[in-house]
Design a protein around this ligand. Structure first.
Ligand code: ADP
Ligand code: MG
Length: 241
């Protein structure tokens, strides 16, 4: 049995006495995209922020590669969790070139770093942009550079929070598909947050359907789509585009 790259157990988070994440448990396996899918306000981003270490749970544990990184008394800082992140606001460093942006999180010899940068730029199809600056690139191109930057240090787990929401509607599916190709070629474990069933169906190996802070159903996309757990879940999938 392969071990999960990420496991969270019984996570709870309250804000001003109101519980917004209620007993959420999840595993993400190597090479798999697990999608946390649910309507706006159901607690997806809060869950991701807790895993990233920029917020803290009131209860529960987080494991990366089988190692405890956070419970209620012990906490590994975000930058030491081997976590890559891509959020909607994926801003590149404007004063750094594309190569410098992608190399940002890398340590080691200059030649090794250069090789890794070129490998990733090739994978995202932007090797020709290596010496450009962010303002010279389109939104979609900047998005691909942000993906390369996040993957460069080979994070154990990649967290993506609505990473395509700022993009032109007509480009989204192409970018989803090419992003998925890159993630698969790197064998990355991904936890993808989205409120769009279509995106989850297109990208996920596993869907965790979230509502009011809880995971109400979990399984393969096909199974969730075909056998929604209740009327609300069915309605949520019915307006799929
Ligand atoms: P989602 O990402 O699914 O849209 P969020 O995790 O952002 O949902 O938010 C879940 C709920 O928690 C919302 O009702 C939101 O208003 C509330 N919330 C999120 N962050 C905070 C905070 N820092 N303080 C108080 N309430 C918050
Ligand atoms: Mg959110």
């Amino acid at each position: 049995m392969t071990d999960p790259r990420l496991e969270i157990r019984n996570i709870r988070r309250r804000f001003q006495g109101r519980e917004v994440v209620s007993d959420v448990s999840l595993k993400v396996m190597p090479g798999q995209v697990t999608c946390l899918l649910g309507p706006s306000g159901c607690g997806k981003s809060t869950t991701l922020r807790i895993i990233a270490g920029v917020d803290m749970q009131d209860e529960g544990e987080i494991y990366v590669d089988g190692e405890l990184v956070c419970d209620t008394v012990f906490r590994v800082p975000p930058e030491q969790r081997s976590i890559g992140m891509m959020f909607q606001d994926f801003a590149l460093f404007p004063h750094l070139s594309v190569a410098e942006n992608v190399a940002f999180g890398l340590n080691g010899h200059k030649s090794d770093k250069r090789a890794r940068v070129e490998e990733l730029l090739d994978k995202v199809g932007l090797l020709s942009a290596v010496d450009k600056y962010p303002h010279e690139l389109s939104g979609g191109e900047q998005q691909r550079i942000a993906l390369a930057r996040a993957l460069a240090p080979r994070p154990s787990i990649m967290l993506m929070d609505e990473p395509f929401s700022g993009l032109d509607e007509r480009l989204k599916d192409d970018i989803r598909d090419s992003t998925l190709d890159v993630l698969k070629s790197e064998n990355t474990a991904v936890l993808l947050v989205t409120h769009e069933p279509h995106e989850a169906m297109r990208m996920a190996d596993e869907i965790a359907l979230m509502r009011d802070g809880r995971i109400v159903q979990q399984g393969a996309p096909y199974n969730i789509y075909n056998a929604p757990v209740d009327r609300k879940a069915a309605a949520f999938f019915s307006d799929i585009n």
